[in-house]
Design a protein around this ligand. Structure first.
Ligand code: SF4
Length: 397
C-alpha cells in the first residue's frame, strides 16, 4: 500500500536508511546556517541571557526556531494577515481545555473545527512571497498560530523573538527577515532533494483532501505541507541532540505511545485506564505496544499509551520527585510540538517517529496499527548511544 503522506522505510529499515539520512541532512542544514541565520540566533541567545528572559538553550535550537519562523511565515503568513477579526483568545483557551478535559474533547473539537474554519481559514489562502513589513505582521502570524492550537508551542517561542525584534531598528529588522526567508527558501529546495524520498504523497494528500478536512479541528495538523514535514524531521533530530544528556541523566524513563499503535481498536484493547494514560495488559502477543512493554520490563522503562493531544504537563518535573525522561512517539505532523511541550513542563524529552501515519481518527477510513523502528527506539533509550544515528563526534557542537 502506498504511504498516506510519508514513510520512513521505503528502501529498507528506517534505522539504517532514514535515521542516518536525517542526521546527515541536519548537519548540512546547521553548516549552511552558520553563514546565514546562526549569527542572528547567537545574537538572540546573548539577548536572552542579558535580560534573563530564559535559561539560554543551544544555538542550534534557536537556529531551528528561525528556520521554523521562515517556513511558517511562507506557509501561513498570507492567511494570518487576511484574518482581522477572530476569537483568537477563545480559540486558544479551547485548545488548552480539550487537553485538560478529555471527556469534553469530542464536543470541544466540533466547536473548534467550525470556529477555526470560519475565522482562521480563508477560502483561497495564498503562500506569501513578501517578507513581514513590520513587527505588526509578525505579531499577526504569532496570534494566528496560537489560536489554531496546533502551533501553540511555536507561538510561545516566537513571543520572545518578538521582544527581540522590537529592540532592532527598521533596517536591521528588514535585513534579518530577508536572511531568514532566504534560508527558508534554500531549505525548502534542498530538503526535497535529500528527504523527499520519504514524503512522496504529502502534496497529493493535501490537494485531494483539503475539502474533506474543512470544518474539522485537525485540518491544520493533517494538511501540513511537504516542507513542514521536512522541517519537523530536522526539528526532531535537533531536539534529540539538544536534550540527550538530560534525558540520559533522568532516573525514570517512560515511553509514550500513541493509541494507533495498538493491535486492537480502542474499544477492544484490554489496557487499564489510569490518570496518566492506558497501561497495556498484554492481551495480544503480536501487538506492538505489548512488545515494547516487554522490552521495557527488560530495559527498565515504563510504557504508556496516550490519546492524541493529551495533557503532557503530567510528565513534567514535580517537586521532590526524580526527573522524568520521556520518549514521545508520534507521526511527523505533531512530533516536534509534543517534544517542545514536554520540555516546557520540565521533562527531558527524546522522540521517535512513527514509520508512517495511519490512525482512523485523523488519516485513514479504517485505520491500521502503526509502527516505529524498534532498533531506533532501543538506541534512543540506551545510555552510551550517540544522540543520532551517525557515529559520535560527527556533529557540530
Ligand atoms: S496488547 Fe496491550 S495495547 Fe495491545 S491491544 Fe492488548 S492491552 Fe491494548
Amino acid at each position: 500500500m502506498e504511504p498516506i503522506t510519508y514513510r520512513l522505510n521505503p528502501n529498507g529499515p528506517a534505522a539504517s536508511t532514514y535515521y542516518p539520512s536525517i542526521a546527515r541532512f541536519t548537519d548540512e542544514v546547521l553548516t549552511q546556517a552558520e553563514g546565514s541565520i546562526t549569527p542572528l540566533a547567537r545574537t538572540y541567545r546573548r539577548y536572552l541571557a542579558e535580560y534573563e528572559l530564559e535559561e539560554p538553550r543551544s544555538h542550534e535550537e534557536y537556529t531551528f526556531e528561525l528556520l521554523n519562523l521562515g517556513i511558517l511565515w511562507r506557509e501561513y503568513g498570507g492567511v494570518a494577515l487576511t484574518v482581522e477579526i477572530a476569537p483568537f483568545r477563545s480559540l486558544s483557551y479551547l485548545a488548552e481545555w480539550r487537553k485538560k478535559h478529555q471527556r469534553l474533547k469530542p464536543a470541544i473539537d466540533v466547536v473548534r473545527g467550525l470556529v477555526m474554519t470560519f475565522f482562521l481559514a480563508p477560502a483561497n489562502p495564498k503562500r506569501i512571497e513578501t517578507p513581514p513589513r513590520d513587527l505588526g505582521d509578525l505579531e499577526g502570524l504569532v496570534r494566528w498560530l496560537d489560536a489554531t492550537g496546533d502551533f501553540r508551542e511555536d507561538a510561545l517561542r516566537f513571543v520572545r523573538w518578538l521582544a527581540f525584534w522590537a529592540s532592532l531598528d527598521r533596517e536591521r529588522f528588514a535585513e534579518s527577515m530577508a536572511t531568514v526567508l532566504t534560508f527558508a527558501d534554500w531549505f525548502e529546495e534542498v530538503a526535497e532533494e535529500r528527504m523527499g524520498i520519504y514524503t512522496p504523497n504529502v502534496t497529493s494528500f493535501v490537494r485531494d483532501h483539503t475539502s474533506s478536512y474543512r470544518w474539522r479541528e485537525d485540518r491544520f495538523s493533517c494538511l501540513r505541507s511537504r516542507v513542514e514535514y521536512h522541517l519537523n524531521m530536522v526539528g526532531a533530530e535537533i531536539m534529540n541532540r539538544a536534550f540527550r544528556q538530560e534525558f540520559l541523566a533522568a532516573e525514570r524513563k517512560t515511553v509514550l505511545l500513541p493509541g494507533c499503535m495498538r493491535f486492537h481498536t480502542a474499544e477492544a484493547c484490554e489496557g487499564r485506564k489510569t490518570k496518566e494514560g492506558i497501561r497495556c495488559s498484554g492481551c495480544q502477543p503480536s501487538c506492538r505496544v505489548n512488545q515494547i512493554r516487554l522490552l521495557g520490563l527488560r530495559e527498565h522503562f515504563d510504557v504508556m499509551v496516550i490519546p492524541h493531544s493529551s495533557d503532557l504537563s503530567l510528565w513534567g518535573r514535580r517537586t521532590g520527585e526524580p526527573e522524568n525522561g520521556v520518549v514521545g512517539v508520534a507521526c511527523l505532523s505533531v512530533l516536534v510540538q509534543g517534544g517542545w511541550e514536554l520540555k516546557r513542563h520540565g521533562a527531558a524529552a527524546q522522540c521517535v517517529l512513527l514509520n508512517e501515519c495511519g490512525c482512523k481518527k485523523h488519516w485513514h477510513p479504517e485505520g491500521f496499527p502503526t509502527r516505529l523502528d524498534m532498533r531506533e527506539l532501543k538506541r534512543i533509550i540506551k545510555p552510551g548511544q550517540p544522540a543520532s544515528s551517525q557515529p559520535a563526534g560527527e556533529h557540530p557542537s
